[in-house]
Design a protein around this ligand. Structure first.
Ligand code: ADP
Length: 270
C-alpha cells in the first residue's frame, strides 16, 4: 500500500468562488529525506577519520625536535582539522534539527536569564584578549517554553557572530525583554554590517557576505541556518537590521504562547 503525500491550497475569490489545487508532493518529500539522510551519514562517517588525523597531529606537533617549518605546517594542519570538525558538527546539528518534529514541545520551561548568563560568561572569555565591550540587559523572571540546548546554541551563535564581525573598540549588547507580542532576544553590534541586498541571504547554508573574510574569521557558514531552524521550531522569527560599517541587530521574536513569567527565585530545573 503506497502512501501518497498531498499538499492542498484553497484560494477564495470575492465573488464566492473557491479554487482548490492539490499537488502530489510524495516525490519531493522523498528526495528531501534522502538528502537529509545523506548529509547526516556523510558527516557522521567523516568524523572518525578526522578524529584520528587530529589525534596524530596533536601528538606530533608537541615534538620539540621538529624543524620550525615542519612545526608551522603541522600547526596549520591542526587548525584546518579543527575547522573541519566544527563544520561537521554544525552539519550534524542541522540535520538533527531537520529530522525532528517540526515544532518543539511546549512543556519544558527554559530559564532564559540563566541561559543568557552562561552565554555572557563565554562571551567575556572570547573577548578577553580584544578591545570589545559586552553589555547585557535582561528581564529577570522571563522564561520560554522550548528546548534549552537548541535555544542555547541559537543564542550563542548570534553572540559569536557579533564578536566575530565587530572590530576592536566596538560594543555588543544582548537584550532579553517582553513586549506586547511576546518576548525578544536581541544581539546588537557595532561591527562591519551586512549590505542591504544580502541580508535576506545570510541564513542560507554556507552563504557568506565576503567569503574570504568570513572564512578567515573561523566560522562554518552554518551558524545562521541553525539559528533559523531553531527559531522556526519555537514558532519564532528572526529579524535582521544592518548598516555596513555601522553594525547589525539580530532580533528573535518569540510568540506569547511560548513566554512564561517565573519568579526570579524559582529554582525549577528544566
Ligand atoms: P559564519 O560561520 O560564516 O559566521 P553564519 O551562518 O553564522 O556563518 O553567517 C553567515 C554570514 O553572515 C557570515 O559569513 C557573515 O558574512 C554574515 N554575518 C553574520 N552575522 C553577522 C554580523 N553580526 N555582522 C556582520 N555580518 C554577519
Amino acid at each position: 500500500d503506497r502512501q501518497v503525500q498531498l499538499s492542498a491550497r484553497v484560494v477564495a475569490y470575492g465573488d464566492g468562488q473557491l479554487l482548490l489545487t492539490v499537488r502530489d508532493v510524495t516525490r519531493i518529500h522523498r528526495l528531501e529525506s534522502m538528502r537529509r539522510d545523506f548529509v547526516a551519514n556523510v558527516s557522521h562517517e567523516l568524523r572518525t577519520p578526522l578524529t584520528v588525523i587530529a589525534g596524530y597531529v596533536e601528538t606530533l606537533v608537541d615534538d620539540p625536535t621538529l624543524a620550525p617549518e615542519v612545526h608551522r605546517t603541522l600547526q596549520s594542519v591542526e587548525t584546518q582539522a579543527e575547522r573541519m570538525r566544527r563544520i561537521i558538527d554544525d552539519l550534524l546539528t542541522l540535520s538533527h534539527l531537520e529530522t525532528r518534529e517540526d515544532t518543539v514541545a511546549e512543556q519544558t520551561a527554559v530559564p532564559v536569564p540563566a541561559l543568557i548568563g552562561a552565554i555572557e560568561e563565554d562571551a567575556h572569555m572570547l573577548v578577553a584578549e580584544r578591545d570589545l565591550t559586552v553589555h547585557v540587559e535582561v528581564e529577570a523572571g522571563l522564561w520560554l517554553r522550548g528546548a534549552r540546548s537548541e535555544l542555547q546554541s541559537a543564542f550563542s551563535n548570534l553572540v559569536t557572530n557579533a564578536i566575530r564581525y565587530t572590530p576592536d573598540g566596538g560594543t555588543i549588547t544582548l537584550r532579553w525583554f517582553a513586549d506586547a507580542e511576546g518576548a525578544r532576544f536581541q544581539v546588537e553590534d557595532t561591527g562591519i554590517g551586512i549590505p542591504q541586498g544580502q541580508i535576506s541571504r545570510v541564513t542560507e547554508r554556507f552563504y557568506r557576505v565576503e567569503s574570504d573574510r568570513s572564512r578567515a574569521s573561523g566560522g562554518t557558514g552554518l551558524g545562521l541556518a541553525i539559528v533559523k531552524h531553531v527559531l522556526q521550531r519555537h514558532g519564532a522569527t528572526l529579524h535582521i537590521q544592518s548598516i555596513p560599517d555601522q553594525g547589525s541587530t539580530f532580533t528573535c521574536h518569540f510568540p506569547l504562547n511560548r513566554t512564561l513569567q517565573k519568579p526570579p527565585s524559582s529554582n525549577t530545573l528544566s
